[in-house]
Design a protein around this ligand. Sequence first.
Ligand SMILES: *[C@@H]1O[C@H](CO)[C@@H](O)[C@H](O)[C@H]1NC(C)=O
Ligand SMILES: *[C@@H]1O[C@H](CO)[C@@H](O)[C@H](O)[C@H]1NC(C)=O
Ligand SMILES: *[C@@H]1O[C@H](CO)[C@@H](O)[C@H](O)[C@H]1NC(C)=O
Ligand SMILES: CC(=O)N[C@H]1CO[C@H](CO)[C@@H](O)[C@@H]1O
Length: 524
Amino acid sequence: IAYVSSISVLPAFSIQISDLHIRLYFYFTGTTKLKDNLSAVGSLPLVSKGTHVIIPLVDHLEDERWEAKIVEQNGNKIKLSVNSPASAVIGLYGLTVMTSSVKNEASTAYDANKNIVMLFNPWCEEDTVFLDDEEERKEYVLNDTGRIYYGTEKQIGARTWNFGQFQEGILDACLFILEKSDMPPSGRGDPVNVVRVISALINAQDDFGVLVGNWSGDYSDGVSPSAWSSSVEILRNYHHSNGTPVSYGQCWVFSGVTTTVLRCLGIPARSVTNFQSAHDTDVSLTTDVYFDKDLEPIDYLNTDSVWNFHVWNDCWMARPDLPHGNGGWQAVDSTPQETSQGTFCCGPASINAIRSGQVYLKHDTPFVFAEVNSDKIYWQRNVDGTFTQFHIEKKAVGHCISTKAVGSDERADITHLYKHQEGSEEERIAVETASRYGSKPDVYSKPMAEDVSVEVKMEGEGPRMGADAKLSIVVKNSSSLPRRTTLHSQVAVMYYTGVLKGTLKKEQLPVELLANEGWLSTTL
Ligand SMILES: *[C@@H]1O[C@H](CO)[C@@H](O)[C@H](O)[C@H]1NC(C)=O
Ligand SMILES: *[C@@H]1O[C@H](CO)[C@@H](O)[C@H](O)[C@H]1NC(C)=O
Ligand SMILES: *[C@@H]1O[C@H](CO)[C@@H](O)[C@H](O)[C@H]1NC(C)=O
Ligand SMILES: CC(=O)N[C@H]1CO[C@H](CO)[C@@H](O)[C@@H]1O
């Protein structure tokens, strides 16, 4: 979407406009610094890369091509309308207008003194980011404020966030971020590439990106992650310091800044919160908990964790690179957790592919799948050092996935977009399909005796700060025979990131289930 208001292109000699040859050249510069000397950085605009565009003058503009047409003529002033194709490389362009007289070979070049910015266009049907709903475009592209959810699924909190994508300096900061990436300009017409690069550059890890993550609890030499409520200051600080990473962020800050940058570049985007969000460290697509033979947890193996909540982004685009049906919302996660192809970035992963367990569709679908729909699998070490699974929790992960509703400040629950109804046949098929592509493909191949089930129930709203927590453990037998077993229970406190702080209570109780349904309750 480029508008050049007025460039004076007055021929130095007096001739009739009908005698004039006009030619427009668009140069993709990618950066303001390059405007004056393109050869200095070795990225000369090339016609073959779509970064040097020669625009013909035509009588009728047609869609999907670079063309210009005279729309107004007044004395020796003319006004041109310029068409660009939807696939045009986004970023900064320079413009040169060449005029020459039909009778005279000599031509004169005029450089526009303003840069032109090309953005993605969700209003344009041919554009990959086209979004076919005016209310949704107003929310996901134009709304500069929003809400980011946090807390626990029992006590969901909402934080008002100022995305500020139209505030002064923000577009410049976004273009500066693109400029910092090594992405060749010719790749910038494709929102899949652009979103992937942005997810890498919002975190400072490995590329001096925008924000440094810190979960230590001590933020004395920076700004505490919970003190931010706007992306504006963060992006301005980053740009004004010529790319010095800003301290500190956690997931909601990474997500808020990502929403700003994507909306600013014309890609529909929203911040999304997942409660009970798993972090799978070994691409097993399961959340694994390891115990020794006495059922003591083996801490150094227990690297997978479940966060109270985690915030990432959805962005909207077609996916011509994937099989049909995978366009629409795509998950992208800028919080540095695991590397993808050697870089801390994640996505875009089609949420349709996540829902159906088609984790082999790029990018990073296994990781996002595990965040929302992995089973929690408990393993016990055998005498020979191997592990046998002895319990599966199928509903422990991925609850109340939330985003701000369109056109209101209400919370919209979008869990159904990420996963089928918990426990439904479709959901089980998705989980088992996904795990076949993970590092433990045989997890579901051996049926386990599942006739004794365990459920932990929390009374009321769940634990509150400073109050007692009451929970009960219900053990049920659904077999036709009596069952004898041992109940190992352990109560621990954790940070919201799933990192263990300490153990409060540990117990082993023999349980005998005779009658229809044995049960046992313990409270803390
Ligand atoms: C542009 O940069 C190149 C390479 O650094 C240099 O040789 C050339 O003189 C510069 N041109 C101008 C107009 O500054
Ligand atoms: C987190 O912040 C503390 C204090 O502000 C600092 O000492 C520590 O190095 C930071 N950690 C990281 C990973 O930046
Ligand atoms: C953004 O959304 C809120 C809540 O729906 C609404 O009150 C506000 O007017 C919207 N702002 C814009 C600029 O559309
Ligand atoms: C031996 C015994 O009592 N078995 C019971 C286990 O529980 C199921 C129903 O939950 C009963 O049908 C069995 O009779």
